[in-house]
Design a protein around this ligand. Structure first.
Ligand SMILES: [Zn+2]
Length: 279
């Protein structure tokens, strides 16, 4: 669930907290976390951290040696900033990186999925970042939205990291609500005005999300990341715009929340989950 606003703010906090730190070592705590073999993580020992940034839902820690660590939290990954470093191995732990001045970064996952991962990349190697689409708030993506005749649903497009990077289920719901578009609307069916609304909604929702995330202290530790969405996960709650109860529909194995009055002209969308049950 962490999407670009959570990951961007997390990258900023890690960068500030580890400013000028030297990499001292690491403890691999999960079998599947490290996705690369060469260069080995040992090659980072003694390197000084130069900056921390984000691309899509990935955070990069750049070192003066030219190497970098990249990590991805998937759905349930979390990050603890530890000072002094702990020696514990919490359930779902992925890796603990140790830095100078008694600091450590622990990556772990709650729940049962084991999808969070990390990479050690040599200069020029983009690893998992290769092939990602443009950032959601970029001019490049806005231009694409204005002209593309993509027949997929906008909700699907927003979550496809090869088309546009950084948005997941949560902000996709909020973007469509903000733009007053049906969760079933296809991009090619949208008018020029609707496309402009969509571009504006993507930018506003992500900017507001980032502003909220910048108020979060520490790493990204909480199992529940907070009720920071406008409509996502809030079926049955009154729409903050019109007061109608928000509705849910099952779509591509997850739940989409929308406002029937604001987004679908009053129409309640058919829930495919029900039709599967009666098969
Ligand atoms: Zn509404």
């Amino acid at each position: 669930m962490p999407e670009s606003p959570q990951m961007q703010a997390l990258a900023e906090r890690i960068g500030a907290w580890l400013d000028g730190a030297t990499f001292e070592g690491y403890a691999p705590l999960g079998f599947t976390g490290l996705k690369t073999v060469e260069p080995p993580p040992e090659a980072l020992v003694g390197a000084t951290l130069r900056r921390v940034d984000r691309r899509a839902k990935y955070v990069s820690l750049w070192f003066d040696s030219g190497l970098r660590i990249v990590f991805h939290l998937s759905q349930a990954g979390r990050v603890d900033l530890e000072s002094p470093p702990k020696r514990t191995k919490p359930k779902g732990a992925v890796v603990r990186w140790r830095f100078s001045d008694d600091r450590a970064v622990l990556v772990r996952e709650h729940g049962t999925e084991r999808k969070a991962g990390w990479w050690v990349l040599a200069p020029g190697d983009d690893g998992p970042l290769a092939g990602l689409g443009p950032e959601a708030a970029s001019d490049e993506f806005a231009q694409w939205l204005r002209s593309a005749s993509d027949g997929r649903r906008v909700h699907t497009i927003l979550r496809d990291q090869h088309t546009v990077a950084g948005v997941g289920r949560g902000y996709a719901d909020d973007v469509l609500h903000r733009a007053k578009l049906s969760p079933y609307a296809t991009l090619k069916s949208l008018s020029a005005d609707e496309r402009e609304r969509l571009i504006e909604a993507v930018r506003a929702v992500l900017a507001e999300g980032l502003e909220r995330e910048r108020a979060r202290p520490g790493g990204l530790s909480e199992n529940k990341l907070g009720e920071h969405f406008t409509v996502h996960g809030k079926a049955g709650v009154p729409c903050p715009v019109c007061g109608e109860d928000l509705a849910r529909v099952s779509y591509e194995s997850h739940e989409v929340v929308y406002c029937p009055r604001c987004q679908t002209g009053g129409k309640v969308l058919a829930d495919r989950r029900l039709s599967r049950l009666v098969k």
